[in-house]
Design a protein around this ligand. Structure first.
Ligand SMILES: [Zn+2]
Length: 416
């Protein structure tokens, strides 16, 4: 019995299992990283199969490939690099298991365009060797993006006090990025633009940027140095990832919004949502217009202030994070939009949500755990209705949370 991870779409094979590949040929279109991965599957000089890599643009689904088996050769057919790479990963799983079948085929493609692992480097010190081994391990499971939250783990040039003692040098980060690219993994760097700034605002040098003097979690969006500081960090991180097409700006859980006197006045004269969206739109412009990257952001603040959706740049991708449900089809779905910073279950939502909110979100209350319509990412549909591309984000510590979100992301045609 061969165990694949992940399970390919169609498998049909039989016959004897052959334990080795002794050589390969490849169409010219395949790059050095594919050739190198194919080489690693071969045991030259030993009796075995010939591996043939063939290009066929007709296999156009996400990272699609086809493996064809015969008693003398195994053929990989794909339209692009990624399909070929994942076919090789499947071959490796076969070689590490029973061997390669003598006849039959495997067909596979990904339901989701973006399959992202969030690597959060905050808090603990990371071993560089361990970090360098991650891309190979992650890519073998056909993950194609790595969201890297560096926080204080980069030795910034512009500032010596933000980086932790265990921060990586820029040469180490470049080596890590190259290793990811060699395994068909694209890095999405993440630099928080306003909140989750404990690692910065704990330093006296930056205390003046705090939204509330006693709290180090969030900067003041109206102080020009807040945006300047984000640009200094993001600028150096962008430089380290010239090939990345996406950049995540965080922007979640900024629950102190409107606390300082200037922000409080702005809130009274305009609105709290304007306070947030004016700042975040500036960040979007920097990422999208000045640096030609697509911005990603966590979607929770948009749920606290749904009217902000009209003020936001639609080409940014919203990431709908939720650590519920914890079980595969949990009865309770948590709703965020009623009390700032709080999670509200469906029943509380039905009892407490004001009519203007219910008008927007009632269609998301679709939490029948017993049916196939179970919706573990209820807000995703609301974001999509507002014109955003949507990614669902789960908590890897809870396997059921990952499973239900993946299932829902596919059902709802999310990007990842
Ligand atoms: Zn302020």
């Amino acid at each position: 019995m061969i165990h694949f991870l992940p399970e390919p779409k169609h498998t049909c094979y039989s016959g004897a299992f052959i334990k080795s590949i002794n050589g390969f040929t490849a169409d010219k279109i395949f790059s050095r990283r594919i050739i190198h991965s194919a080489e690693l599957c071969c045991t030259p000089g030993k009796k075995g199969l010939m591996l043939v890599l063939e290009h066929n643009p007709a296999l156009a689904r996400n990272d699609e490939y086809r493996l064809e088996f015969s008693s003398s050769r195994v053929k990989i057919i794909s339209a692009g690099e990624h399909g070929a790479y994942y076919a090789i990963m499947t071959l490796r799983q076969l070689l590490e298991s029973d061997g390669i079948p003598a006849e039959g085929y495997i067909e596979d493609w990904a339901d989701l365009e973006m399959r992202i692992l969030h690597l959060d480097l905050k808090r603990v010190g990371w071993n560089f060797e361990y970090l360098m081994n991650l891309p190979r391990r992650i890519a073998s499971m056909k993950i194609n993006y790595l969201l890297v939250e560096y926080e204080d783990k980069i030795k910034f040039d512009f500032c010596k006090i933000i980086p932790a003692a265990s921060a990586f040098s820029k040469d180490q980060i470049r080596a890590f990025a190259a290793e990811a690219e060699a395994h068909c993994l694209e890095i999405i760097p993440l630099v928080q633009c306003l909140g989750h700034w404990e690692y910065i605002l704990k330093h006296q040098k930056y205390a003046g940027l705090r939204e509330y003097p006693e709290d180090v979690s969030m900067g003041c969006p109206l102080k020009p140095d807040t945006f300047q500081l984000f640009k200094s960090m993001a600028g150096e991180v962008l430089e380290l990832h010239p090939n990345s097409r996406f950049f995540h700006i965080g922007a979640d859980e900024t629950t102190l919004l409107g606390t300082c006197s200037a922000c409080s006045d702005f809130k009274t004269e305009n609105s709290i949502s304007r306070l947030y969206s004016d700042y975040v739109n500036k960040v979007f412009d920097y990422i999208q217009k000045e640096n030609s990257k697509t911005a990603l952001f966590w979607g929770d603040m948009l749920l606290h202030y749904p009217e902000m959706a009209e003020q936001f740049l639609r080409s940014a991708i919203v990431v709908d994070w939720s650590y519920n449900p914890e079980n595969l089809r949990e009865e309770k779905i948590r709703f965020r939009p009623i009390r700032k910073g709080a999670l509200i279950d469906v029943n509380t939502y039905l009892q407490e949500a004001p009519p203007e909110l219910r008008k927007d979100f009632d269609s998301c209350v679709n939490a029948d755990a017993k049916t196939g319509t179970f919706d573990s990412l209820p807000y995703g549909g609301w974001f999509a209705k507002k014109g955003f591309k949507v990614l669902g984000a789960s908590l890897i510590r809870r396997v059921f949370n990952v499973l239900t979100h993946a299932e829902n992301a596919v059902q709802k045609n999310f990007t990842g």
